[in-house]
Design a protein around this ligand. Structure first.
Ligand code: GKR
Ligand code: MG
Length: 425
């Protein structure tokens, strides 16, 4: 039996910023930079592991509180890491910092903090035994993971700056053009539209135009809870036979259940079921038929597999949610999806919206072909940190001045009367 232990000797948490485009959603618009935090674990055996999570100030504070407790723990003892994090955060009363711009509850804070440390531990465990992370999760059941074309209404460029290469997407024709470019470049075979930006009739029209232009691509729309129950039912009935699923049309388990009773397609969520204690009431009310998992808020890869088991037990479908992210997250998402048999939908990713040069990993490990990423087969996550790039993106964080994601505040600089209170329609 090998007797080598892999005890955590050092933990580094580095906030970074990368350029983002003016993508619109129901609470506002993306700022010129998106924030992330990069977690590096180093063991006394000389191995290093990587994790990636939200970079907002409140979350960063909590990551640092947690980091201070982890020295000396063996990376195979994730239960002990989770325990120490729970204890360290037990008296923490801070709120916010969840990287969602106010669209998601603050539940499961300890799970959100645990996630990047757990991923970094798995990275090290994989390196220690010479196996990819997907093997530690039960083994890949697919060697490529499908992602969806994630369309956004957007401005042509950030106000005061030049237009970006994607240009404006403010009507159905421009969205169809955006989809055409994204599918042309990445090969995606499913389409998701971020809605809740324009009146529902305009968004219905956009979906119908996408259906005409891409007759074989499954379609989804996600207004992030911007619609009332009545509006959601109207949209759902109008899009009968057109949508693969309808994501978070309205807020809350009760509201979603009322919609689910009246619309023909499955309802999906990354808003009303975002922690384990939401599952039981949602199942009882039959509020959702598809849960969008996300290891960043479900407590890492192992706990996301627990969620997958629960979904399987209750006959719920499973898809995957994303926020603006870098390559460490994409690697973790890909290993998780590969090792989750019942994750049968193409996963969300914000990847195409990122400048390819803006990343902290050495390029080349993760590439899209036919809309899918090949599951890395080298030990651990299969991605390597580019230390110069990390330093550059950290400098960008220091100089960009953004410390909390604030889509609403940014939008209000240009439309001072903007009110995101749901339901907007
Ligand atoms: O990036 O604007 C955005 C999205 O709206 C994101 O924040 C959501 O969390 O994509 C997410 C979703 O599916 O709700
Ligand atoms: Mg969503």
């Amino acid at each position: 039996m090998p007797d080598e232990s892999h005890r955590i000797r050092e933990v580094r948490v580095t906030p970074v910023a990368f350029t983002d485009l003016p993508l619109l959603n129901t609470v506002g618009v993306h700022e010129p930079f998106a924030l992330r935090a990069i977690v590096e674990l180093e063991t006394d055996s000389g191995l290093t592991g990587l994790g990636e999570t939200y970079g907002d100030a409140g979350h960063l504070d909590r990551l640092r509180i947690a980091a201070a407790e982890l020295t000396g723990v063996d990376v195979w003892h994730v239960n002990e890491i989770a325990r120490r994090i729970r204890v360290a955060l037990a008296t923490d009363r801070s709120t916010g910092g969840h990287g969602m711009s106010g669209m998601v509850t603050g539940s499961s804070t300890a799970d959100r903090v645990l996630s990047p440390f757990e991923v970094a531990c798995l990275d090290i465990q994989g390196k220690a035994v010479g196996r990819p992370v997907s093997d530690l999760l039960g083994g890949a059941v697919r060697d490529r993971v499908d992602y969806s074309a994630y369309l956004f209404y957007k401005w042509a460029g950030h106000p005061g700056a030049e237009d970006d290469s994607w240009g404006a997407a403010l009507d159905p024709a421009q969205l169809v053009a955006q989809a055409g470019r994204m599918i042309g470049e990445y090969g995606f075979s499913a389409i998701k539209l971020k809605g809740g930006v324009f009146a529902p009739e305009a968004e219905i029209e956009a979906i119908l135009e996408l259906r005409k232009a891409f007759p074989d691509h499954p379609l989804r729309i996600d207004p992030n809870g911007a619609w009332s129950v009545e509006t959601s039912i109207r949209v759902g009935q109008r899009l009968d036979g057109v949508l693969e699923y309808l994501e978070d049309p309205t807020t809350g388990i009760e509201g979603m259940a009322a919609v689910a009773r009246e619309v023909p397609m499955p309802l999906a969520t990354n808003m009303c079921v975002v922690a384990f204690d939401h599952v039981e009431p949602a199942v009882k009310a039959d509020a959702v038929q598809v849960v969008l998992s996300d290891h960043h808020f479900w407590g890492g890869l192992d706990r996301s597999r627990t969620l997958a088991g629960i979904c399987d037990t209750f006959g719920l479908g499973l898809s995957m949610h994303s926020n603006s992210h870098l390559g460490i997250s994409l690697a973790a998402m890909t290993h998780l999806a590969a090792a989750t048999p019942n994750l049968t939908y193409a996963c969300d990713t914000h990847w195409p919206w990122k400048d390819t040069a803006d990343d902290v990993i050495v390029p080349g490990a993760l590439t899209f072909e036919d809309g899918a990423v090949a599951v890395p087969t080298s030990p651990g996550l299969g991605v390597e940190l580019d230390h110069d790039a990390l330093a550059r993106l950290h400098e960008q964080y220091l100089s960009c001045g953004i410390r909390e994601r604030d889509d609403t505040g940014y939008y209000r600089r240009f439309e001072p009367d903007f009110d995101p209170t749901a339901p907007r329609w």
